[in-house]
Write a protein that binds this ligand. Sequence first.
Ligand code: GCW
Length: 677
Amino acid sequence: TDSGYNLWLNYRKIENPEVLSEYTRHIQGIYMESGEETLNIVKEELTLALKGLLGMSPPFVPGQPKEYSLIVRKTENLSREIRRKLEKDIPAITKDGYLIRSSGKNIVITAHNDIGILYGTFHFLRHLQQQLSLGNIRILEVPKTDIRVLNHWDNLDRTVERGYAGASIWKWHRLPGYIDPRYKDYARANASVGINGTVLTNVNASALVLTPAYIEKVAALADVFRPYGIKVYLTARFSAPIEIGGLETADPLNPEVRQWWKEKISEIYKEIPDFGGFLVKANSEGQPGPQNYGRSHVDGANMMADALAPHNGIVMWRAFVYSEHDTTDRAKQAYSEFVSLDGKFRDNVLIQVKNGAIDFQPREPFHPMFAAMPRTPLMMEFQITQEYLGFSTHMVFLPKLYEEVLQADTYSHGKGSYVAKVIDGTLDNKKISGIAGVANIGSDINWTGHPFGQANWYGFGRLAWDPYIPAEKIADEWLRLTFSNDENFVTPVKKMLLQSHRAVVNYMTPLGLHHIMDTGHHYGPGPWVNNLSRPEWNPVYYHKADENGIGFDRTPTGSNATSQYTKEVARIFNDVETCPEEFLLWFHHLPWDYKLHNGRTLWDGLGIKYQEGVNQVRKAKNTWKKMEPYVNKQQFGEISMLLDIQLEEAVWWRNACMLYFQTHSKKAFPKEMETPS
Ligand code: GCW
């Protein structure tokens, strides 16, 4: 049985005889250019996949066959005749893009470079796994963003901050001598969806990783990843010059400090010539940063950028900052600190912004910074690991959340100024673009703990490559690749996945509630918590429930956080009539008997939403019950058990929150809601 280790690359045998015969007819020969590393990997992957899918040893041939063959070659190595036939498409293959196209009776996979060939091959295999037709195929793909990275919050002792799938897959103590085979499979999986970078270490960083012993280990990993087109990045602890450099300060304007970083960075590049650069969390949640020395984010980021620039390295500087000093509304701080710095960062600095202004909540309105820094490349930071979303126990298909954010309209250049256009850099003509996902990967056999967590890794990669792919398509692809092409499986399970995000929002934080999880671990409800030293850590700070009502007023009568959005967006959020109901209590404090659009009171509406969440999980359980014939025993059992827990905990969430809020509202539960027992 498949334990899930092989992810969406499990290359199950195609059983459908018609599809099988179409494919074997088309692939009678493979004319592939030879090369090193990356092209060997292409060959390896084709061999593995065609053996699995078609049960054949791939017929590699030494010369160009006349027909019914696969031609896998760089554009410069195609025959003149084929080049002429593809003449219109070839110039459109830019960056690491590729073309898969029928040419006469052959199919050509081509690109300008080896990585493009690898990406094209993975796409072609995905096509076969979905049993799509090979007749007159024409697929032209170019990545829409430049930097497509996973952020591992992995510590050097192999614990993973907010990791729920086992220990870190980086076995630091055995590196560089021991290369775990898993490193290669990790790289394959990432390359198969176009991820081209990985930040190995936690943003709450240890300076140790910048010492020679660790640089050597990092170099060994970089060697494994390189042929897959994956660059390695590290987190840089701002105070490293003190901790490992023996200096007395880490002031970014101090010449000795600047020199220290310059030398450190050269040292890294000596070992890793294609090192990607740094990801930095500074002056946030107690991490050191330039503000410790009265300097700004610009001073800090540019210092590192200057040292990295000669090596073509970049700095990803995080905007996730909030402090105990301004506690009226934590949501406002990043914007207040960063927006005035627009245009002052070096060209190789990207500011990495979480999707929302608080912190990876089940649902958040998009971050207002996305509309406010036209002269600075802004990277999206999504969280793939489910810190506030039921860890690796609850099923939540996150591409739905990502899609909602990417498709949100910032109005920065009028209607249609989608967040996706900020992220891919097209809106303001950014020179560099990127998207990051906080990984959900660990050393569990199936990588992600929850078998469906794999869909979130997969989906993140697909959206990083192309932020416009509909979540529905991602769900469809992933299910077919991972489990089955049977419509009796794909249709209902896809529906289940696509509603899973709405379900979790309903049973955790409906109508715009947020940050009411229990303290520290963020698992399970804790809306009553009110005893933490910093006010903005307490759930009561966010829901502000009392006998009169509930919600956080962020309009001009309250914190006025809405003023950080463009006028058009602020107008929508400010007006309780036009504010989307899913963000109602995010932006408004309303009386318990406030009338919702459906005519019900806010109190009743809240209870109905919590109940709806529970019902949706129940429905998911029923759907899954019928899926036994389509997946293996182990997968069926695992997911059944997890859904049982999820249902129990959805009920827990509903009961805990509604019973607590009832101590304020003093109202009876709506009749639609099951009474907590
Ligand atoms: O969501 C919060 C987490 C912290 C995390 C921080 C961040 C890495 O609770 O664990 O620290 O965000 O994003 O920096």
